[in-house]
Ligand binder design. Structure first.
Ligand code: PLP
Length: 241
């Protein structure tokens, strides 16, 4: 127990409850929606509180930061670690060694590198392809901002689906930040349409997962089909950066 435990436990239960209700009210099976607690820039004691409350999946943006936390909590809690931040080429090996899932596979070049590293490590890495559905220049991801140009993505996607040590499980998106969650809805809807398009155009892929929704808009994301929500501050409180 530490000074944060009680608040974090309450936050965690509240979020889990809202996830459940958002899924149920939109006619979805609540078990389809998996919570990732985003622990970047959060102190270890808060992370331990979230794990004690029942968090099973943790999300991080930087591998060095993640490794310190993995060392501290893995033995006791065995959470699953999800990489959700942009991956620099020179960090690819460390990322592959430390994480169970990659949400931010955002280029063919990175996919080639990750595949080779995973092959050398003798593992098959579950990955999501990150798409930029808003066209914002500051965002990473394959450019999927214009629907009419989705067919142009097929060559890259087919190439990535051919990698034997990457298991493509779906897509990840991050709409522009806006305090009003309704602003994100059209982007979530577009992401869901993109996923359906990929199921049709590249049926050899297993496009089950849709990683979208953060602290301020996860209920809207769930209404629009999210299967992973990535939630930080609503559970752990403000980040110190
Ligand atoms: C930080 C981060 C989150 C969590 O954001 P919150 O607003 O704290 O819920 C989710 N996804 C990504 C990619 C992030 O970088």
């Amino acid at each position: 127990m530490n000074s944060h435990s009680h608040t974090i436990q309450q936050n965690f239960y509240r979020v889990v409850d809202r996830i459940y209700k958002a899924a149920y009210q939109s006619g979805r099976d609540p078990d389809e929606v998996k919570l990732i607690v985003v622990t970047k820039s959060q102190p270890l004691e808060k992370i331990q509180s979230a794990l004690a409350a029942g968090a099973k999946r943790l999300g991080e943006n930087y591998v060095e930061e993640a490794n310190l936390k993995i060392q501290s909590v893995q033995y006791e809690y065995q959470p699953e670690w999800h990489m959700i931040g942009h991956i620099q080429s020179r960090k690819a090996k460390a990322v592959c060694e430390s994480f169970d899932w990659i949400h931010s596979l955002d280029s063919v070049k990175l996919a080639m590198r990750m595949n080779r590293i995973a092959q050398e490590a003798g593992r098959i890495l579950p990955v999501l392809l990150e798409f930029n559905v808003s066209g914002e220049k500051t965002k990473f991801g394959f450019d999927a901002s214009e629907k009419t140009r989705w067919p142009e993505l097929n060559a890259d996607i087919e190439f990535i689906l051919g990698f034997r040590n990457l298991l493509v499980k779906g897509i990840m998106v991050m709409p522009p930040f806006d305090p009003d969650p309704e602003t994100a809805r059209p982007f979530f809807r577009k992401a869901c349409e993109l996923r359906d398009y990929l199921i049709k155009s590249n049926p050899e892929g297993k496009w089950l997962e849709l990683s979208m929704g953060m602290s301020n808009d996860y209920e809207v994301a769930i209404q629009e089909g999210a299967t992973f929500v990535r939630i930080g501050e609503a559970i752990l409180g403000p980040r110190v950066s």
